[in-house]
Design a binder for this molecule. Structure first.
Ligand code: PMP
Length: 388
């Protein structure tokens, strides 16, 4: 599990920084930086419009990137819409899904899987959690009615690391005629994902958590569902024919990609998908699971620490230290070159449920190793001495 040679691929980790905030955003490997720089430099041109060779080549590279990202989750190219990120992907479905009824969310959702449904006028119901912090699918089964047209759950919780039993969630949603949207932001970088095997209908995720650039993400959805959805933003590239009397629209995915796309970012996203696929998500998952098990067992030995979430969490460990606000812990750790996240993690309803204003969160990536855990534990010791 010695990740040191791999770490050298990440300029963002230079200087021995102990980066334990990968769930917020992942550091970028050289392969992604190189692909992005080349796309913005030597290869740069617009896509889908130019009659000159450079633009045609850029269009091929852009569409190839779409194919790489789609392949990573077992989807088809024409079923993968590029968005600004997971947030925009969920907003797209919340606004454009034609059958707006009741949506079942859960207590552990990120704000980006709560607020879009509220804004777009859905009736929101909230599924409770099990005692160890998983979405309680027995409760979901009892709550779901034919009025529900959508179930939208995090595949992996960004706070607790709990992994959803997605096939069962899909089965429950489909039984009442609802669709299942999975927020895959934290799952795509940590688990092998195959949308057909999961049984979901929509899958939303962000490039920047997958070792790729910011500013781009994806919505995958079954072709016939995307086909039935009207556009939600208008502009260039999403049309078939425009007149002042009547405008017709392009087929998906272009229908949902108004304007000049994030060309450079898409190519970086494709490079990130390649990089992750080359390392293998099963291997990434195993690596992070071992680090989670080690950190949880170390923290469990301390009687001043409360651990949140299930034992088998995917790459994420949230905890609280008695008598120390997570922000103070984060600040003291920062002085020692250890970066953790402290706060509500854009999951205020979950904080209310846990009865805390904030948690401290350590999250891993493929570049994380035991030295990061050792530095975190040393920082926790130092914090205890300071707070007495
Ligand atoms: N869902 C989850 C579970 C997340 O962790 C995040 C990012 N913290 C988001 C959605 C939103 O992603 P983005 O900000 O990249 O759109």
């Amino acid at each position: 599990m010695n990740a040191v040679p791999l770490r050298a691929e990440f300029p963002g980790l230079a200087g021995g920084w102990h980066y334990l905030d990968t769930a917020a955003t992942a550091q970028k490997p050289r392969a992604v930086l190189d692909a992005t720089l080349k796309a913005m430099g030597a290869d740069y041109a617009t896509v889908h419009r130019g009659v000159y060779a450079r633009s045609a080549e850029m269009t091929l590279a852009f569409e190839a990137a779409r194919g790489k990202v789609a392949a990573l989750i077992g989807g088809r190219n024409d079923e993968l819409v590029f968005t600004r990120g997971a947030t925009e992907a969920i907003n797209l479905v919340a606004y454009s899904y034609p059958n707006k009824g009741r949506v079942l969310l859960s207590v552990l959702e990120h704000h980006s899987n709560i607020v879009p449904w509220q804004l777009a006028g859905w009736q929101v119901d909230v599924c409770p959690l099990t005692a160890d912090g998983r979405i309680d699918l027995d409760a979901a089964e009892a709550m779901l009615t034919p009025e529900h047209t959508m179930v939208a759950f995090a595949h992996v919780s960004n706070v607790l690391g709990s992994v959803l039993d997605a096939p069962r969630a899909a089965e429950l949603a489909h039984r009442v005629g609802a669709k299942l949207l999975l927020d895959g932001c934290q799952a795509v970088p940590r688990l092998p994902v195959d949308v057909a095997a999961l049984g979901c209908d929509f899958y939303a995720f962000s490039s920047h958590k997958l070792y790729g650039p910011t500013g781009i993400g994806a919505l995958w959805g079954w072709g016939e569902l995307l086909e039935a959805m009207p556009p939600w933003q208008g502009g260039g590239a999403m049309i078939d024919r425009v007149t002042f009397e009547r405008t017709t629209y392009a087929a998906p995915p272009q229908r949902f990609e108004a304007g000049t796309p994030a060309i450079v970012e898409a190519i970086g996203f494709g490079a990130a998908a390649d990089w992750v696929a080359a390392h293998g998500l099963a291997a990434i998952h195993a690596h992070e699971a071992a680090l989670v098990a080690q950190l949880r067992s170390e923290l469990r030995r301390r009687n001043d620490i409360t651990l949140f979430g299930p034992e088998e969490s995917a790459g994420i460990v949230s905890f609280a230290m008695e008598g120390v606000h997570p922000h103070d812990l984060g600040t003291i750790l920062d002085e020692a070159g250890v970066a953790i996240r402290a706060g509500h993690h854009c999951a205020q309803p979950l904080m209310d449920h846990l009865g805390v204003p904030a948690t401290a969160r350590a999250s891993f990536g493929l570049y994380s190793d035991e030295s990061d855990i050792a530095a975190l534990l040393a920082g926790i010791e130092r914090t205890r001495r300071i707070f007495g």
